[in-house]
Design a protein around this ligand. Structure first.
Ligand code: PMP
Length: 407
């Protein structure tokens, strides 16, 4: 007879679209940094839903915020005002240092919001003819999955067969100012960029790149739009990854952890001179900024602050990276690189010895959940609430699995 695991996986395979290839673990329950599957096996969560669960699973304060708000009202759309949206937006703007925020639901929607804002700003403020606005994006970028966004991806898998794509995007090489300069034209209204390229494999920018980019944008009247959907809200050991670079972008995109691991909540932030290109009717979403999401978003920010999750990410991130570098030395040449910032690491696997996927599945069998990105990188990004002990247990397991493969 089939196990519960086989039954649930079979049902998803039978009735679900085939757009994912999950690790074969059926999650039934989770609490903070631990996950239990439907057979009752325990796992350490070293992925935190691509940074959406930075607060740990079902943080009691977030659960309480949901329950409290569900005694009041959940959704009215933006047709009316509410009692949770204002407090959420004020806190968000204060924490991030921007005048205004526009709430959406998913990261991709907030990126779309940024694109619309940049183009409108390019037309109405910079004076570029409508339809001629250009946005510069990095090779290797990941900003979401809508048809506009994949249209400027450089990944064949994301694009193949999905054309025609929206015009108005030009590419540069991440970290390379010469290619930014070469891509810039009089019609460039914005640079849209991740501070660390997440899906590309946790790729850090070279020192000084963002300062030069900031300078270039300022001198050429170009908006610098920072997509921190994955990097923001403490993941890198600062509230925002741009702080590591000593710059301030003109606009910021947040998502994932903004929903406290319980709901989709995203936002686009900018100062008045940029955001005020939106007027009533020009943009919106039925669920964006709904009463429940706003209550959760506010609590998500307060918990990060009250529990000092940013400092925790910095300190434990150092420890995690140091331990992973230890694995690199112990399990060379299989593990050939380790990099990251805060509680966010990419580990390069030499494909001559093993695929990243194979190691991820071995790790899952031994109670550690991670995820491969492309064929050669394993990503570790646990909840920011993780303990030193759990990091050690997870990395010890990774070292055992890697060393077995080396022999
Ligand atoms: N931007 C970045 C930098 C991301 O990493 C992601 C998701 N991985 C997105 C945007 C898209 O977010 P969502 O999946 O919520 O649409």
């Amino acid at each position: 007879t089939a196990t519960a695991t086989q039954t649930f996986i079979g049902q998803e395979a039978r009735f679900g679209a085939r757009n994912y290839q999950p690790v074969p673990v059926v999650v039934a329950r989770a609490r903070d940094c631990l996950i239990w599957d439907v057979e009752g096996r325990e796992y350490i969560d070293m992925m935190s839903a691509y940074s959406a669960v930075s607060h740990g699973h079902l943080h009691p304060r977030l659960v309480a915020a949901v329950q409290r708000q569900l005694q009041q009202v959940a959704v009215t759309s933006r047709a009316y005002h509410g009692t949770t949206l204002g407090p959420f937006l004020e806190k968000l703007c204060t924490v991030a240092g921007f005048d205004r925020a526009l709430p959406m639901n998913t990261g991709a929607e907030a990126v779309e919001t940024a694109i619309k804002c940049a183009r409108r700003w390019g037309h109405f403020v910079k004076g570029i003819a409508d339809g001629e606005q250009q946005i510069l994006v990095a090779r290797g970028n990941f900003h979401g999955r809508t048809s506009t966004i994949i249209g400027f991806s450089t990944e064949a898998d994301y694009r193949a067969g999905f054309g025609p794509f929206a015009p108005g995007f030009r590419h540069f090489d991440f970290g390379d100012m010469a290619s930014v300069r070469a891509a810039t034209t009089a019609s460039t209204c914005a640079v849209l960029i991740e501070p660390i390229q997440g899906e590309a494999g946790v790729i850090l920018p070279p020192d000084g790149f963002f300062r030069e980019l900031r300078d270039w944008c300022t001198r050429n009247d170009i908006l610098l739009i920072d997509d921190e959907v994955q990097a923001g809200l403490g993941r890198t050991g600062r509230w925002f990854a741009f702080e590591h670079e000593g710059i301030r972008p003109d606009a910021l995109i947040l998502g994932k952890a903004l929903g406290g691991g319980v709901l989709p909540v995203s936002a686009f932030l900018a100062d008045r001179a940029v955001m005020d290109v939106f007027n009533p009717g020009s943009h919106g979403s039925t669920f964006g900024g709904n009463a429940l999401a706003a209550a959760v978003g506010l609590e998500a920010l307060l918990v990060i602050e009250d529990e000092d999750l940013v400092a925790r990410s910095a300190a434990l991130g150092e420890h995690m990276l140091e331990r992973l570098r230890g694995v690199m030395h112990a399990a060379a040449p299989l593990v050939r690189g380790v990099r990251g910032r805060g509680l966010w690491a990419g580990v390069d696997i030499d494909p001559a010895h093993a695929s990243a996927r194979e190691l991820v599945e071995r790790l899952a069998e031994r109670g550690v959940l991670s995820k491969e990105t492309h064929e050669t990188v394993i990503r570790f990004a646990p909840p920011l609430t993780i303990t030193r002990e759990l990091i050690d247990r997870a990395v010890d397991t990774f070292q055992e699995v890697a060393m077995q493969k080396c022999r």
